[in-house]
Design a protein around this ligand. Structure first.
Ligand SMILES: [Zn+2]
Length: 406
């Protein structure tokens, strides 16, 4: 297909220019040697929009991930999250979320089929290296929010069979599995529910990763206690640096490391740096956030589109000064100093709010490598952050899944 061949050629040109300076040669060499993975992007939402073409080059801020820019940024593998927002847990809403999650998974298969010379759906740890060697991008599937499961345990296996390799247990509100870190009404289950415990057991049995991003602190400690395998935080940052309740405390990071898991640091502005609450941008966005939280999920598609436009227009009119890659790497430093280099990685949240001043999209990810190198990180350490640590956890989870005595 002409368009796709063009996309590959374009990508090859850009991937050379990312590290044009001589001093960046070392960064380039390390970055291209690494098996790089970003464990959380919300790009499947964009796939449901007919106008979006993932095989051509798109522009930020509207789009931060496509196959062309993945290649430019030397990103070998990625987790596409099938995200559903939490709504009231009625039968109708649960079935709508179940359908939407399935639609996003279908769309992921479809685009990897459409652009099969540049991308391939991946299922196992070994798939990443195999697909990378063939010059393609490995696209894994995750699920953000266990809402589509409802209270039907059999759906865990069903989603595993569809290729889903992690489930983020909750999103911004409590669900039937566990409490969220940001539910306005506070905890409902005091951590993980009875049903949630069954879900964890089933995930361990299948060899599916448990994702603790978004869940409450108490739910997190319940999960590390119950899970027989190490767990991941697919997109979370450090609360000691940015106070958002969504971020992980030092105590949580220590427990995660003890469990053998990994925190994949998120690029979303407020999770990287505390927001400046005195700016006009902050006040305008707060007003919109209130409307989003109270009304968005119940809006019809027309109203949703109008709201999205209002959101974008406001962002453009009152742009925010975003944190930088240097602010971001402070989080990696913090985890390294707290528990060691083996427990930290990268999960951008691109297309779900992620993006920094100097890492606006997936093509600019080599800036993270450059910053780590400037701070004295060794090649071995950088390779661990870019995927070594995450794949170690993924492999342990896979191996547990093969243990039929569980
Ligand atoms: Zn998220």
């Amino acid at each position: 297909m002409m368009k796709s061949i063009f996309a590959v050629l374009l990508a090859a040109t850009f991937s050379i220019s990312v590290f044009a300076d001589d001093k960046d040669k070392k960064a380039e060499s390390i970055h291209s040697k690494a098996l790089t993975i970003d464990t959380h992007v919300d790009t499947p939402m964009a796939l449901l929009n007919d106008k979006f073409d993932i095989g051509t080059r798109n522009e930020p801020p509207r789009s931060r991930v496509d196959f062309v820019r993945m290649k430019e940024g030397g990103l070998d593998a990625i987790f596409f999250a099938a995200f559903t927002g939490q709504r009231e847990r009625t039968f109708e809403n649960t079935e709508a979320a179940y359908k939407r999650a399935n639609d996003m998974i279908d769309a992921t298969y479809e685009v990897c089929d459409q652009y099969n010379e540049i991308a391939e759906v991946a299922f196992s740890v070994d798939d990443a290296a195999r697909i990378e060697t063939s010059g393609k991008r490995a696209i894994y599937i995750g699920m953000e929010n266990g809402f589509p499961l409802g209270t039907d345990l059999s759906r865990v296996r069903e989603f595993y069979d569809r290729g889903v390799r992690y489930i983020t247990l909750s999103h911004s509100s409590n669900n039937d599995i566990c409490d969220s870190s940001t539910d306005r009404d506070g905890p409902e289950h005091n951590g993980v529910s009875r049903f949630g415990e069954k879900v964890l057991k089933e995930m361990n049995k299948l060899g599916m990763m448990i994702d603790v991003s978004h869940i409450s602190d108490k739910a997190f400690f319940d999960v590390v206690k119950k899970s027989k395998a190490p767990v991941i935080a697919s997109h979370s940052s450090v609360r000691a640096i940015a106070k958002h309740p969504r971020n992980m405390t030092d105590e949580m990071i220590k427990a995660l490391a003890k469990n053998g898991g990994v925190i994949q640091i998120c690029l979303l502005d407020d999770y990287v740096k505390d927001p400046d609450t005195t700016t006009v941008h902050y006040q305008k966005m707060q007003e919109l956030r209130k409307i989003y939280n109270a009304e968005f999920e119940s809006m019809n598609e027309e109203k949703k589109d109008a709201f999205r436009k209002l959101w974008r227009d406001t962002q453009e009119k009152y742009p925010k000064e975003l944190p930088t890659v240097a602010d971001y790497v402070d989080h990696i430093d913090h985890v390294k100093n707290l528990v060691g280099i083996d427990y930290v990685g990268i999960g951008s949240d691109f297309d779900g709010g992620g993006g920094l001043a100097d890492c606006e999209d997936v093509s600019q990810m080599p800036n993270i490598t450059r910053e780590m190198l400037e701070r004295g990180y060794t090649e071995k350490e950088i390779l661990k952050v870019w995927g070594g640590n995450f794949f170690r956890v993924f492999r342990e989870v896979e191996e547990l899944g093969r243990n039929k005595n569980l």
